[in-house]
Design a protein. Sequence first.
Length: 213
Amino acid sequence: MQPDAPTTPRLILASASPARLRTLRDAGLDPEVVVSDVDESGVAAETPAATAELLAGMKARAVAERLGATGSGRLVLGCDSLLEFDGAALGKPGTAQVALERWRRMRGGTGVLHTGHCLIDAATGRLESAVASTIVHFADVPDSEIMAYVATGEPLVVAGAFTLDGLGGAFVESIEGDHHNVVGVSLPLLRRMVAAFGVSWPQLWTRRSEARD
């Protein structure tokens, strides 16, 4: 009699970010989305990286607690991203005026995008927590392009007022580190985190990659 095959855990994404969901799906995963609804206002730690890790943990814990007894076989992933620029932690601008002011400061400069990751076994409460950081070099963008970008609304709702995988990608000259991390979730870091729970990355695949030209 052969031993039972190991049970594949279900990944729960505690985030409403479409970019994170798309990144995970492109990597062959199909997480269930359960938005944490955590109030991020006023949350701060000693450093921007520590703040990102703290917020990721708050999101993951909120969803794991909500799942309660139904959380068996589920790994809850919480993520939060912040841009560190000139020592300040920059989250989502929220308004066009703030986004304009940030881009006028950031253009031609360099920041560090920190993404906190927290993975919790919903059944046991065991967790793994870590931060991935990527250096981002911004283009020296003229006012006309900054205003056009802000008018699209995209930079108002993303950490650091920019995207790498959207309209803002042309305004990033280069990065040093994991580009997935800038999008919102570091796949290499997440692979190491799930391994700490005894889960191999291929166990989480729900599809195989299709050949592309």
